[in-house]
Design a protein around this ligand. Sequence first.
Ligand SMILES: *Cc1c(COP(=O)(O)O)cnc(C)c1O
Length: 456
Amino acid sequence: MDKRTKFTLDENEIPTQWYNILADMPKPMPPILHPGTGKPVGPDDLAPLFPMELIKQEVSTEQWIDIPDQVRDIYRLWRPTTLFRAHRLEKALDTPAKIFYKYEGTSPPGSHKPNTAVAQAYYSKMEGVKRITTETGAGQWGSALSFGGACFGLEIKVYMVRISYDQKPYRRVMMETWGAKCVPSPSPDTKAGRDMLAKDPDCPGSLGLAISEAVEEAVSRDDTHYALGSVLNHVLLHQTVNGLEAKKLMEKAGVYPDIIVGCIGGGSNFAGLFLPFVKDKIDGTKPDLRIINVEPASCPTVTRGPYAYDFGDSAMLTPLIKMYTLGHGFIPPPVHAGGLRYHGMAPIICHLHDLGLVEARAEHQLATFEAGVTFARAEGIISAPETNHCIKVAIDEALKCKESGEAKTILIAHSGHGHVDMAAYDAYFSDKLKDYEYPEEKIKEALAELPKMSAE
Ligand SMILES: *Cc1c(COP(=O)(O)O)cnc(C)c1O
């Protein structure tokens, strides 16, 4: 039996270009619209928020976009990341399936997020900006951008969703260690935050609200940009560095996946992994490839939401994006997978789902932790609560193979470790973790507030 467990690339094999799926989409994406005019947004609308280079990347249809040398040099600190064959998990499940995972947990902040954080900090620095504001859920993105800011000497201010700020104090300390400032959202620092605090002083916060706060501050200051850790096309573009490595490594392992699974909050880690593979499905070379997006049952955006125009944030400051959405006012239940608590989804993933090229599934919190513990006991790695969602589905698919006797190849997008999420594991082991049912009433209310054009 082939016992090879790690498949690696040399540092000089870090990709030199990101892959842009917009060049290969079978149908063009719906445009992003200005909420005032209902017309597609132009570069000038976005210039107060983002560096011009990122605005260009957002709409570019070039198939390949160069990774700047200075960004690639920082990638050297942890890239290329390793592809693992999960021999021990296969054995524990007694499955004929071949399970692989591409592990992003070895980056300094412990997830895939610095792949884009470093790039975004670089482009802001190049355009003379001094500060960047952002939001963070579980604290992964805030810590990644804080690390990116430290790489280029930028001041970073992070609005952290209140519930996670309280549940995960160590992420805040990581941000401070990298020199950033972190405040809980809703905060008294912005109008969006003050309005919410007046309505509900105990508001647990949401990613949508934290985005509103960070955007409001960036728009009000000339020296400040805003950075988004997921959802947008340029973020998914930067994450393809991981998928390109994965594709080379699967070749090295002599396999091609039958099934790729990943967890989706805003969609960036999973799309970063699967986009170079979905290309093979689009061009007809791998028509049977299955790509499964996994989300929490308590925030079931793609599995239950309508495909409609909505705001990216709860204060309705962002442009309108066509995506599956639970409504910009929806505040998801406080599951530990903070990075998956977002009302919308990356338009690229939504478009691919609409075209039938990818599928989606929703999982309950308790079952995902059970899967994460099975994974940890077999493979050693203690995974982020977000990642546990796709591990659950990978295990289910491997068990189906056991029944059918098929030796399918399953590739997991392993987005990060859970070392800063041990309170969540503690809650699981002490039976304090609970499942949240589909929040039907709250979602109905939030969907009633969708902007008008979505009805057209
Ligand atoms: C942020 C995060 C996610 C969810 O974000 P995506 O943009 O959907 O990738 C998933 N896993 C981990 C470990 C994260 O930190």
